[in-house]
Write a protein that binds this ligand. Structure first.
Ligand SMILES: C[C@](O)(CO)[C@H](O)COP(=O)(O)OP(=O)(O)OC[C@H]1O[C@@H](n2ccc(N)nc2=O)[C@H](O)[C@@H]1O
Ligand SMILES: Nc1ncnc2c1ncn2[C@@H]1O[C@H](COP(=O)(O)OP(=O)(O)OP(=O)(O)O)[C@@H](O)[C@H]1O
Length: 273
C-alpha cells in the first residue's frame, strides 16, 4: 500500500512576536494560510525507514536523520520507504521541513492506522509542525502550539518570491531587538480585510532584511508591481508573498519578476481550503 500526502507551503500573513519564554522560545501571534504549491510525500511499508529525495529543490536536502521527515517517522514509530518530492526552497520561511514532517505523520498514520503522536511530541519536531497539520486559515499563538481554526481563507491571488538566500530561523529571532510587541488587532474584520492585514506586521522582517538585504529588493519589486495590494515577508524569511487584486495583475507581475530576476524562485499560487 502506498499513501501520498501534499505538504503545502505555509504563509505567515502576519507574524507578531509578543514575548519570549524563559527557555528562549518566542511567543507569537500569527495569521497563517496554506498555499497550493508544496512538496509531496509518498510512503509505503518497509522493514526499515529509508528516505529518497527528488524534485527541482532536492539539492542539499538531507536524506538521513537530519531530515525532519525521518524524525517524524521515528516520532510516530512506523518504518517505511519514504519519498520526498521537493518543490519548496529550504530555510525559506514557508515551512518546507515542517510541512514535510506534518505530511509524513499524516501519511504514516493512514498507512499504519496508528494515531498521530500527542502535541508535545509533535511540537518537539519543530514549532511549525502542529500548525502544518492544519489547513484553511489558522491563528497561531504561544510558540506554535495554540492553534485556532478560522473561517476558510479568502480566494487570494498570491505570488511567492524567494531570492535564493537561506536565512536560518534562529539567527533571525536572535537579531530581533524588541521581543515584546503588540499582538494582532483582534477580531479581524470581514469588511476591509486587506486594510486590516496591511496594518498588521511581520516583526521578523526588519531583522531578516538586516541579515539579507536582498529581501528588501524582493519586497520593493512586489510592491512596485501593478495590482499588488500587499507584500510582506513570510515567517523568518527570506520568502515574501504578495496579494494581487486580480488574476491578470498576478500573472503580469510573475512574468515581469521572472524576466528581471530569473535567478529568484517565484510562483503564482492560491490558498488551499
Ligand atoms: C518563524 C516561524 O516559521 C513562524 O511560523 C516558526 O516560529 C519557526 O518554526 P520552526 O522553523 O518549526 O522552528 P523550530 O525548528 O522549532 O525552531 C528553530 C529555532 O527558531 C527559534 N524559535 C522558533 C519558534 C519560536 N516560537 N520561537 C523561537 O525562538 C528558536 O531559536 C529555535 O531554536
Ligand atoms: N524535509 C526537509 N526539507 C528541507 N530542509 C530540511 C528538511 N528537513 C530538514 N531540513 C533542514 O532544515 C533546514 C531548514 O529548512 P526548512 O525548509 O524547514 O526551513 P524553515 O525556513 O526553517 O521553515 P519555517 O518556515 O518553519 O521557519 C534546512 O536548511 C535543512 O538542512
Amino acid at each position: 500500500m502506498t499513501v501520498e500526502e501534499f505538504a503545502p507551503a505555509k504563509i505567515n500573513l502576519t507574524l507578531h512576536v509578543t514575548g519570549q519564554r524563559a527557555d528562549g522560545y518566542h511567543l507569537l501571534d500569527s495569521l497563517v494560510i496554506f498555499a497550493d504549491v508544496g512538496d509531496r510525500v509518498t510512503v509505503s511499508s518497509a522493514e526499515a525507514t529509508r528516505l529518497t529525495v527528488s524534485g527541482p529543490r532536492a539539492a542539499g536536502v538531507p536524506t538521513g536523520d537530519g531530515n525532519l521527515v525521518v524524525r517524524a517517522a521515528r516520532a510516530i514509530g512506523v518504518d517505511a520507504d519514504i519519498h520526498l518530492e521537493k518543490h519548496l526552497p529550504a530555510a525559506a520561511g514557508i515551512g518546507g521541513g515542517s510541512s514535510d514532517a506534518a505530511a509524513t505523520l499524516r501519511a504514516l498514520s493512514k498507512l499504519s492506522g496508528k494515531p498521530l503522536p500527542a502535541m508535545p511530541e509533535i511540537l518537539s519536531l519543530g514549532a511549525d509542525v502542529p500548525l502544518c497539520l492544519r489547513r484553511g486559515m489558522v491563528r497561531m499563538e504561544g510558540i506554535g502550539e495554540q492553534l485556532t481554526d478560522l473561517d476558510p481563507a479568502l480566494p487570494l491571488r498570491l505570488l511567492l518570491v524567494n531570492p535564493g538566500v537561506e536565512v536560518p530561523t534562529p539567527l533571525v529571532f536572535k537579531a530581533l531587538r524588541r521581543k515584546t510587541n503588540p499582538p494582532m488587532d483582534w477580531p479581524m474584520p470581514k469588511e476591509g480585510w486587506i486594510e486590516w492585514l496591511a496594518a498588521q506586521r511581520n516583526d521578523l522582517e526588519a531583522p531578516a532584511i538586516e541579515a539579507a538585504p536582498v529581501i528588501q529588493t524582493v519586497l520593493d519589486a512586489l510592491r512596485d508591481s501593478p495590482g499588488c495590494q500587499l507584500a510582506r515577508m513570510s515567517g523568518s524569511g527570506a520568502t515574501c508573498f504578495a496579494i494581487f487584486k486580480d488574476a491578470e495583475s498576478q500573472k503580469q507581475a510573475l512574468e515581469a519578476i521572472r524576466v528581471t530576476h530569473p535567478d529568484w524562485w517565484s510562483v503564482a499560487c492560491a490558498a488551499v481550503a
